[in-house]
Design a protein around this ligand. Structure first.
Ligand SMILES: Cc1cc2nc3c(=O)[nH]c(=O)nc-3n(C[C@H](O)[C@H](O)[C@H](O)COP(=O)(O)OP(=O)(O)OC[C@H]3O[C@@H](n4cnc5c(N)ncnc54)[C@H](O)[C@@H]3O)c2cc1C
Length: 477
């Protein structure tokens, strides 16, 4: 079938206006958020419900057309961008954006894949419930994308990542069948866990069209502070202190080194660090309580006083109201945007055992600074989860693009070698996509990698779902 007839088939399934083929309307779907990856597509398809998705996939399966599922297109590994063959289609889930049900008694919500994360949070809040997944891109990323990347964010410490927040899925398989797995059960030991195969698969095993997600009672009080610590050692000791004293009330513990907040202040002057002089590390801490404002405040103050006495912190600013707490969070969330403004920079989203974190940072920092004098380390992350965004920007005397072109591979090699040495992971929460495709086999080991390929071949024998992402191309049957 030629491409014109194929397009006509797609138009018949979802309507002419939802099959985009002109370059202007397709453009935003063909480039990733960081503008590192660009691709081409036969068409961008915008189905409105699961049946339309299934019909489109059936058609593609029959014609051997590769499909790139896409949500909010905020992913940071190029996983939602087609290749340059012009033989692939993008299926955007954005029109599947209905909240199907809120079950308050079961503390669950059934949402379609194209629901924007922030809308889900707000709908949950209007029912006095909390949906805790929270990340910088929440105004545009979609729950299908969050599930497919097993997104993390700032609340993992207390509530877990997306995998922990999902109970059931509805999925269109590579052959266009619909798996109706929308169960709101917290226990279900009935054989293989299909749900967890699709979560984190980055669209390579099936297209998620809806999910049952967990809700939690809304905390009645939150207490937020920004504290200054002199070095990473005290940051980790402070985390341990909060974990031992506040236990599950600790809902946020974000670390930001001086350069991270300096670039936020430079590009977003309204978000200047209130801790002055700017410390080596600023830590954003949040406690959430279901008891009372008084209780959380008392607890917070007791822990902070002990931290001062033990010499762990140098300074602290406690948010006096919700608006100031939001400003602290905005500072944290704007680091990624500030890095974009700062132009090319090298990102490494890694995790390490907390017990190895300090040694990793000191040793790796020394190696890199020795080889690249003047390099700027933008080191921040969800310290409570052992997750570092361990990024680098050009020395002041070198153009950022030259820095990226000439040194990104060497720096990545050093970072990933150190990650292996300290028993960490090369991807904490962003995924593999096309960015880290070539690193996965060495990192996972041959047995794990071959098992992943076997799963992919079983679920998508024609290799039409997001090929060459996560796993390398293989010859289909
Ligand atoms: C400013 C900023 C801050 C960020 N902060 C964080 C953070 O703190 N934590 C974190 O984990 N991530 C973070 N991210 C990365 C990104 O937002 C997440 O990966 C998010 O989950 C991606 O969702 P999306 O809807 O944009 O997915 P997309 O980018 O559209 O897609 C991501 C992957 O999922 C697949 N996919 C999308 N929808 C479906 C579906 N319905 N079925 C099957 N496959 C699908 C795509 O093919 C692709 O492989 C951040 C990004 C930005 C820009």
């Amino acid at each position: 079938m030629d491409s014109l007839s194929l397009i006509a088939h797609f138009q018949k399934i979802i309507g002419k206006e939802y099959v985009l083929t002109d370059s202007n309307s397709m453009a935003p779907y063909l480039i990733d958020w960081r503008k590192l990856f660009r691709g081409k597509a036969l068409a961008v398809l915008l189905p409105k419900n699961v049946d339309e998705v299934a019909a489109l996939v059936k058609q593609c399966h029959q014609m051997n057309i590769a499909i790139i599922p896409q949500g909010g297109n905020t992913g940071l590994c190029g996983a939602a961008t087609p290749d340059n063959s012009n033989n692939q289609v993008v299926i955007s889930l954005k029109r599947l954006n209905h909240i199907r049900e809120i079950d308050k008694a079961n503390l669950t919500m059934t949402v379609e894949a194209g629901c924007i994360l922030q809308n889900i949070q707000e709908t949950a809040a209007s029912a006095n419930c909390l949906f805790p997944l929270s990340l910088g891109a929440e105004g545009s990323c979609m729950i299908g994308g969050n599930l497919s990347t097993n997104a993390g964010g700032t609340n993992v410490l207390r509530y877990g990542n997306m995998r922990d927040l999902c109970l059931g899925l509805e999925v269109v398989t590579a052959e266009g069948e619909i798996w109706h797995g929308l169960r709101g059960l917290r226990k279900d030991n009935t054989g293989y866990d299909l749900r967890n195969l699709f979560i984190g698969a980055e669209g390579t095993l099936g297209i998620i069209t809806a999910a049952v997600i967990k809700l939690f009672p809304m905390p009645i009080a939150q207490w937020t502070a920004l504290v200054a610590v002199p070095h990473i050692h005290s940051a980790i000791q402070l985390l341990n202190l909060f974990q031992s004293q506040a236990s599950v009330l600790l809902t946020g513990f974000e670390m930001m080194n001086r350069t991270s907040l300096a670039i936020v202040g430079k590009h977003f002057p309204q978000m200047k660090n209130p801790l002055q002089p700017e410390p080596n590390y600023s830590i954003l801490i949040e406690l959430s309580d279901h008891e009372s404002e008084f209780h959380v405040k008392e607890l917070f103050q007791t822990i902070i006083e002990k931290a001062f006495t033990d010499g762990l912190i140098e300074d602290a600013v406690i948010a006096s109201n919700l608006s100031q707490a939001n400003t602290f969070w905005q500072m944290r969330e704007h680091i990624t945007m500030a890095q974009v403004e700062e132009n090319a920079n090298l990102k490494h989203d890694i995790t390490l055992p907390l017990s190895k974190m300090e040694q990793f940072i000191l040793e790796t920092g020394e190696k890199i600074e020795k080889q690249f004098p003047g390099i700027r380390t933008i080191n921040f992350g969800h310290l409570g989860d052992g997750n570092l965004h361990y990024n680098f920007a050009n020395p002041e005397n070198m153009a950022s693009q030259d820095f990226q072109d000439q040194h990104q591979n060497t720096i990545a090699e050093i970072v990933y070698e150190q990650v292996e040495k300290f028993g960490g992971s090369i991807s904490a929460e962003h995924g593999i996509g096309q960015l880290k495709l070539d690193k996965l086999r060495a990192h996972k080991g041959e047995v794990a990698h071959d098992l992943m390929i076997a799963i992919k071949k079983a679920l998508d024998p024609k290799n039409i779902l997001n090929p060459n992402k996560v796993l390398p191309k293989y010859t289909p049957k």
